[in-house]
Every structure is written in structure tokens, then in C-alpha cells.
Ligand binder design. Sequence first.
Ligand code: GLU
Length: 375
Amino acid sequence: MKDEARRGLADAARLVVKIGSALLVDPQSGRLRRDWLDALAGDIAAARARGQEVLVVSSGAIALGRRHLGLSSGPLRLEESQAAAAVGQIRLAHAYQEALARHGLGVAQILLTLGDTEERRHYLNARSTLNTLLKLGAVPVINENDTVATSEIRYGDNDRLAARVAQMVSADCLVLLSDIDGLYTADPASDPAAVFLPEIRELTPEIEAMAGEPRSGLGKGGMVTKLAAARIALGAGCRMVIASGSVMRPLSAIAEGARATWFIPKASPKTARKQWIAGSLQPAGSLTVDAGAVRALKGGKSLLPAGVTAVEGGFERGDAVLVQDPDGRPVGRGLCAYGAADARRIMGRQSGEIAAILGTPGRDEMIHRDDLVID
Ligand code: GLU
């Protein structure tokens, strides 16, 4: 597994690391485990020094906040956990800021709700904010916006949230750090015959059936939510690893081959995204392009507004559209960076004119090549 581990972790261009509450917050005292966080910051800095982009999805707000509000250790009512999250999140963000600042890294806090990852316009906004932060060199530290999420419309666990984030930014590796070192055929705490599974390539019903209930008292995730995360990650072409975070510098430990369960997708994030664009979307309109643009697209370029001669349909930004040649023959399909109304205003124009025409700066490409599939 050592090679698999190295390739998965050290070769990832974009890495999402999910930290469970039980690692960050001491279950007895309810205090932040600063030494552990400092060591993790060292791992993150090492990844950044290798040229990798890192996003952190961190739990722990509720676990940290409850002590400060003097809430009992039993289960919390929704409004109590929301109050605890409000108090804990500020401390959590501050702790990351301090720990990463020692390595010269800036931190950006992002609080997401279920709607931000499930509704297209919100999703696109969150995605471009995250991409911008990464481009500018900050480490996004993400959590669910627990203070406003109601029970019907919340993730509740950060395993699935982290997988959605990985999908959103086309990450190629998702690390779930928790208090268990991977997936077993049964709960190893209660069943001595439980067998450890180092590598999974497909989520069969047998694998799904192996997930038990969570054991830790602090976080919300158990094996069920971890396998739900694996389903999202594999579908997005992202490798996922479940590993124990209880050691110091857990990312280094995984890269050196520590025991962990790897989930290996069939496709890369780019291919998975393209398959999704090619297969599952109903085009909401079409763009007709000139002969020069057809040649450029076939040569692997993005579609620029200058090459577009007609826009049909009433699509919104991020919708799938058909791309056709001057004779109406399909060339491919892709996700349009502009809604139909704006697309009509900028078609045939140079990218440098977009800001003046629309009144706000926009993307240079009508369809970026990563969002485009040529027939
Ligand atoms: N968002 C919750 C918190 O920060 C944790 C959810 C989870 O345990 O996965 O406290």
C-alpha cells in the first residue's frame, strides 16, 4: 500500500483534508489540542511547499463551544448546538489562523450550508471563491454554517460536506482523518474477527453493509457518512483515504504508508467532470460558433465570446449548452460561463471588452475548456 499511499497523497495537485472533532478537541477537557494542530499545520505547510493546494474541512466548533457555554456533556438540542457552534467557530478559525501563520500561510474561513453545495448558482459562487482563494495562496478552512442550518437542511456531518467540497474544486485526493484507521468488515472494537480493508475500488452492497454506527462521542460522522463521502468522491474521480488522525503529523504518516483504507476511483477528476457534462445534462440552449472557433475547440482550446455568432435558449450561468458549427452540426457541449442574456451581449466581441459591455468583469471564456466536451 505504500506506493498507492505516496501516489495518492504526495502527487495530488489539490488536497482536501477533513479533520474530525475528536482529533482537535480533547474529549475529556473540551479543550483544543494545540500541539496536534501545530503538527498538522507542519504537514499542511510541507504539502504547500511541494506545490500542492490544500483545503481543510474542520469540525470542532460545537465541541469547542459547548465548554465555553457551560453546556452539559449529553446530547444537545438543535438551538444549543447552534449556539455552541457560534461560540466555537470563532475559536476554531482563530486556532487555524495562528497555527498556519507560523508557516507563513494565510487562512480563509468559509462556512457553507447544504444549499451552497446543492443549488447551482450558490455552488458556482462557492466554487469560484474557493478557486480564487487557492490561486491567491490562502488555505480555506471550511465548516458547515451550523448556526443557521436547520435540521432538515443541513449536512450534520463534515464527511459528506468534505466530499462535496472535493467535488466542487475538482480535488484529486480527499483525506478523512478520524479516530479510526480505516474500514473493517465489522466494528473492530466489538468483533475480534473484524478484517481491515486496505483498498476499495467499488462500493458494493457488501461494503456498504460493513458500516456501523459512530463510536466517538464528539463528532457526527461514522462509517455510514464516510462511505457516503466515498460515493461522492469516487463519482467525482477523487481518491479518498480514511486514516487515523490520532498520531502527530498524520498526513506524513499516511504518505509513509500508515494503515489506512484507500478508495480508488476509475477516472480522474477531469474525466469524471467531462463524463458528467457529456452524459447527464439536458442542454438548456445552444451557441453557434464560426469556423475558426470550431478549429480552436477541436484543438483543445476554450470557447471565447469572439467566436460565437448566435445564442439560443434561455439558459443561466453554469447551464449546459450545445455548441454547433455554422451549419448547425453539433460540435460538443459545455457549461456556459454566462447566462443567455449576457452571452448575447458579448458574442462576437473580444474578451477584453467584456467588462465594459456588462459593467462587471467576467471570465474571458464563454466556455472554459475544462467545462467543454467535444464530440
Ligand atoms: N460542523 C460540526 C462542528 O463543527 C461538526 C460536524 C461533524 O462532526 O462532522 O462542530
